[in-house]
Design a protein around this ligand. Structure first.
Ligand SMILES: [Zn+2]
Length: 240
Protein backbone atom coordinates (compact mmCIF):
# COMPACT_ATOMS: atom_id res chain seq x y z
CA UNK A 1 0.00 0.00 0.00
CA UNK A 2 1.41 3.35 -1.04
CA UNK A 3 1.89 5.89 1.72
CA UNK A 4 0.85 9.53 1.25
CA UNK A 5 2.22 12.74 2.76
CA UNK A 6 1.13 16.32 3.10
CA UNK A 7 3.88 18.63 1.85
CA UNK A 8 5.10 21.70 3.67
CA UNK A 9 8.01 24.10 3.81
CA UNK A 10 11.04 22.68 5.64
CA UNK A 11 11.77 25.12 8.47
CA UNK A 12 15.34 23.77 8.73
CA UNK A 13 16.03 24.79 5.12
CA UNK A 14 19.45 26.48 4.83
CA UNK A 15 18.24 28.59 1.87
CA UNK A 16 16.78 31.92 2.86
CA UNK A 17 15.81 33.21 -0.57
CA UNK A 18 12.23 33.72 -1.73
CA UNK A 19 10.26 34.68 -4.83
CA UNK A 20 7.54 37.21 -5.51
CA UNK A 21 5.50 36.39 -8.58
CA UNK A 22 2.04 35.99 -10.04
CA UNK A 23 0.65 33.99 -12.91
CA UNK A 24 0.04 35.77 -16.17
CA UNK A 25 -3.68 34.89 -16.41
CA UNK A 26 -6.33 34.30 -13.81
CA UNK A 27 -10.02 33.40 -13.92
CA UNK A 28 -12.10 36.05 -12.18
CA UNK A 29 -13.56 35.51 -8.75
CA UNK A 30 -17.27 34.65 -8.71
CA UNK A 31 -20.39 35.49 -6.75
CA UNK A 32 -22.50 32.34 -6.76
CA UNK A 33 -26.28 32.86 -7.06
CA UNK A 34 -26.92 29.46 -5.44
CA UNK A 35 -24.67 29.40 -2.32
CA UNK A 36 -24.08 33.20 -2.28
CA UNK A 37 -20.33 32.76 -1.74
CA UNK A 38 -17.97 35.34 -3.20
CA UNK A 39 -14.74 33.48 -3.67
CA UNK A 40 -11.71 32.38 -5.64
CA UNK A 41 -9.10 29.66 -5.18
CA UNK A 42 -5.71 30.75 -3.87
CA UNK A 43 -4.09 27.53 -5.00
CA UNK A 44 -4.99 26.00 -8.34
CA UNK A 45 -2.67 26.90 -11.21
CA UNK A 46 -1.93 25.46 -14.64
CA UNK A 47 1.40 27.14 -15.41
CA UNK A 48 1.99 25.05 -18.55
CA UNK A 49 -1.19 26.37 -20.20
CA UNK A 50 -0.36 29.11 -22.69
CA UNK A 51 -3.22 31.50 -23.40
CA UNK A 52 -1.12 34.12 -25.19
CA UNK A 53 -3.14 33.74 -28.41
CA UNK A 54 -6.48 33.09 -26.74
CA UNK A 55 -9.24 35.57 -27.69
CA UNK A 56 -10.40 35.85 -24.04
CA UNK A 57 -6.96 36.49 -22.55
CA UNK A 58 -7.55 40.19 -21.87
CA UNK A 59 -10.38 39.28 -19.50
CA UNK A 60 -7.92 37.18 -17.52
CA UNK A 61 -5.04 39.60 -17.12
CA UNK A 62 -6.16 41.38 -13.96
CA UNK A 63 -7.45 39.88 -10.71
CA UNK A 64 -11.13 40.83 -10.54
CA UNK A 65 -14.56 39.70 -9.40
CA UNK A 66 -17.11 38.74 -12.08
CA UNK A 67 -20.50 39.65 -10.59
CA UNK A 68 -22.37 38.31 -13.62
CA UNK A 69 -22.42 34.58 -12.90
CA UNK A 70 -23.62 33.66 -16.41
CA UNK A 71 -20.54 35.42 -17.80
CA UNK A 72 -18.37 33.55 -15.29
CA UNK A 73 -19.91 30.25 -16.45
CA UNK A 74 -19.29 31.17 -20.07
CA UNK A 75 -15.61 31.88 -19.38
CA UNK A 76 -15.39 28.64 -17.43
CA UNK A 77 -16.73 26.60 -20.33
CA UNK A 78 -14.35 28.35 -22.74
CA UNK A 79 -11.37 27.43 -20.54
CA UNK A 80 -12.57 23.89 -19.75
CA UNK A 81 -10.56 22.25 -22.58
CA UNK A 82 -7.31 23.51 -21.00
CA UNK A 83 -7.63 21.57 -17.73
CA UNK A 84 -7.89 17.84 -17.01
CA UNK A 85 -11.37 16.58 -17.80
CA UNK A 86 -12.39 15.57 -14.30
CA UNK A 87 -10.71 18.52 -12.52
CA UNK A 88 -12.72 21.32 -10.92
CA UNK A 89 -12.39 24.70 -12.65
CA UNK A 90 -12.72 27.16 -9.83
CA UNK A 91 -12.93 30.96 -9.73
CA UNK A 92 -9.41 32.35 -9.48
CA UNK A 93 -7.75 29.42 -11.26
CA UNK A 94 -4.43 30.63 -12.65
CA UNK A 95 -2.81 29.93 -16.01
CA UNK A 96 0.52 30.60 -17.68
CA UNK A 97 3.98 31.34 -16.40
CA UNK A 98 4.83 32.88 -13.05
CA UNK A 99 6.15 36.38 -13.66
CA UNK A 100 8.21 38.07 -10.97
CA UNK A 101 11.51 38.10 -9.14
CA UNK A 102 13.71 35.78 -7.12
CA UNK A 103 15.40 37.35 -4.11
CA UNK A 104 18.48 35.70 -2.65
CA UNK A 105 19.35 32.05 -2.98
CA UNK A 106 16.69 29.38 -3.48
CA UNK A 107 17.06 25.69 -2.69
CA UNK A 108 16.58 23.10 -5.46
CA UNK A 109 12.88 22.73 -4.58
CA UNK A 110 10.93 25.69 -3.25
CA UNK A 111 7.58 25.62 -1.48
CA UNK A 112 7.10 28.91 0.35
CA UNK A 113 5.89 28.80 3.96
CA UNK A 114 2.40 30.03 3.10
CA UNK A 115 2.48 29.31 -0.63
CA UNK A 116 0.77 26.79 -2.84
CA UNK A 117 3.02 26.87 -5.90
CA UNK A 118 6.27 24.95 -6.09
CA UNK A 119 9.46 25.76 -8.00
CA UNK A 120 12.05 23.19 -9.03
CA UNK A 121 15.57 23.81 -10.29
CA UNK A 122 15.81 22.31 -13.75
CA UNK A 123 18.61 19.82 -12.91
CA UNK A 124 16.75 18.50 -9.84
CA UNK A 125 13.48 18.18 -11.75
CA UNK A 126 15.22 16.17 -14.46
CA UNK A 127 16.89 13.99 -11.83
CA UNK A 128 13.57 13.27 -10.11
CA UNK A 129 11.91 12.53 -13.45
CA UNK A 130 14.73 10.13 -14.35
CA UNK A 131 14.40 8.29 -11.04
CA UNK A 132 10.84 7.16 -11.74
CA UNK A 133 8.90 9.84 -9.85
CA UNK A 134 5.72 9.95 -11.94
CA UNK A 135 3.79 12.83 -13.43
CA UNK A 136 6.15 15.74 -12.68
CA UNK A 137 5.44 18.48 -15.19
CA UNK A 138 7.83 21.45 -15.19
CA UNK A 139 6.56 24.67 -16.75
CA UNK A 140 8.58 27.69 -17.88
CA UNK A 141 8.66 30.74 -15.59
CA UNK A 142 9.57 34.39 -16.14
CA UNK A 143 11.46 35.01 -12.93
CA UNK A 144 14.26 37.52 -12.78
CA UNK A 145 16.95 36.80 -10.23
CA UNK A 146 18.87 39.37 -8.24
CA UNK A 147 21.91 37.09 -8.68
CA UNK A 148 23.52 37.13 -12.09
CA UNK A 149 23.70 33.70 -13.74
CA UNK A 150 21.26 32.19 -11.28
CA UNK A 151 20.01 28.68 -12.16
CA UNK A 152 16.78 28.15 -14.10
CA UNK A 153 13.65 27.40 -12.08
CA UNK A 154 10.51 25.76 -13.43
CA UNK A 155 7.12 25.68 -11.77
CA UNK A 156 5.58 22.28 -11.15
CA UNK A 157 2.04 21.96 -12.47
CA UNK A 158 0.26 20.35 -9.53
CA UNK A 159 -3.21 19.27 -10.57
CA UNK A 160 -6.24 18.74 -8.33
CA UNK A 161 -7.04 15.05 -7.93
CA UNK A 162 -8.34 13.01 -5.02
CA UNK A 163 -10.43 13.95 -2.00
CA UNK A 164 -10.44 14.21 1.76
CA UNK A 165 -12.45 11.29 3.10
CA UNK A 166 -16.10 12.11 4.02
CA UNK A 167 -15.48 10.66 7.48
CA UNK A 168 -13.14 13.51 8.40
CA UNK A 169 -15.60 16.19 7.18
CA UNK A 170 -18.65 17.61 8.96
CA UNK A 171 -21.90 15.92 7.85
CA UNK A 172 -23.63 17.87 5.10
CA UNK A 173 -20.35 19.45 3.91
CA UNK A 174 -19.11 16.60 1.76
CA UNK A 175 -20.49 17.71 -1.61
CA UNK A 176 -19.53 20.96 -3.36
CA UNK A 177 -22.03 23.62 -4.41
CA UNK A 178 -23.59 22.25 -7.59
CA UNK A 179 -23.41 25.63 -9.30
CA UNK A 180 -19.97 27.08 -8.46
CA UNK A 181 -18.10 24.00 -7.20
CA UNK A 182 -17.11 25.47 -3.83
CA UNK A 183 -16.44 23.11 -0.94
CA UNK A 184 -17.46 24.80 2.29
CA UNK A 185 -14.95 23.02 4.54
CA UNK A 186 -12.01 23.89 6.74
CA UNK A 187 -9.03 21.64 7.24
CA UNK A 188 -9.85 18.82 9.67
CA UNK A 189 -7.49 18.33 12.61
CA UNK A 190 -6.74 14.80 11.44
CA UNK A 191 -7.15 14.70 7.67
CA UNK A 192 -7.91 11.30 6.12
CA UNK A 193 -7.55 10.67 2.39
CA UNK A 194 -10.30 8.98 0.41
CA UNK A 195 -8.26 6.06 -0.96
CA UNK A 196 -10.58 5.28 -3.87
CA UNK A 197 -10.34 8.85 -5.17
CA UNK A 198 -6.53 9.13 -5.22
CA UNK A 199 -4.80 9.24 -8.62
CA UNK A 200 -2.81 6.14 -9.58
CA UNK A 201 -0.62 7.88 -12.16
CA UNK A 202 0.85 10.77 -10.16
CA UNK A 203 3.31 11.07 -7.28
CA UNK A 204 2.43 14.73 -6.63
CA UNK A 205 -1.00 16.35 -6.69
CA UNK A 206 -3.32 18.65 -4.71
CA UNK A 207 -6.68 17.59 -3.35
CA UNK A 208 -9.71 18.48 -5.46
CA UNK A 209 -11.83 19.29 -2.38
CA UNK A 210 -9.01 21.03 -0.49
CA UNK A 211 -6.57 22.32 -3.12
CA UNK A 212 -4.26 24.11 -0.71
CA UNK A 213 -3.24 20.65 0.53
CA UNK A 214 -0.34 19.30 -1.52
CA UNK A 215 -0.02 15.52 -1.44
CA UNK A 216 2.95 13.36 -2.40
CA UNK A 217 3.52 9.63 -2.48
CA UNK A 218 6.26 7.72 -0.74
CA UNK A 219 8.09 7.56 -4.07
CA UNK A 220 8.21 11.37 -4.33
CA UNK A 221 9.31 11.66 -0.69
CA UNK A 222 12.15 9.20 -1.18
CA UNK A 223 13.33 10.97 -4.34
CA UNK A 224 13.28 14.38 -2.64
CA UNK A 225 15.00 13.18 0.52
CA UNK A 226 17.72 11.66 -1.60
CA UNK A 227 18.28 14.40 -4.19
CA UNK A 228 16.93 17.61 -2.61
CA UNK A 229 17.02 17.22 1.18
CA UNK A 230 16.00 20.07 3.54
CA UNK A 231 13.60 21.58 1.00
CA UNK A 232 10.23 20.10 1.98
CA UNK A 233 8.56 18.70 5.08
CA UNK A 234 6.37 15.58 4.99
CA UNK A 235 3.45 14.68 7.25
CA UNK A 236 1.92 11.26 6.66
CA UNK A 237 -1.85 11.25 6.02
CA UNK A 238 -3.71 7.94 6.25
CA UNK A 239 -5.88 6.78 3.34
CA UNK A 240 -9.12 4.95 4.06
ZN1 LIG B 1 -22.02 28.12 -5.12
Amino acid sequence: MTRFYELGHDESSPWKGWFEARHLWKMPGAHCPQCDAIWNTPAIAYPCVDLSNHPERHKLEKARLEEDFAEFERLRSVLRPFVPQEAPLEPGTMFGPLVGTIKGELGPLVLPRSGFHMLARRDILELLQSTSVRGLLGCPTRLRSSRSNGPEFLELQIEPHGLLHPQCLPPGKVAPCARCGRYDISLPESPILDAASLPRHLDLFRLANFPTLLIATERFKEGVERHAPHCLSFRELPPR
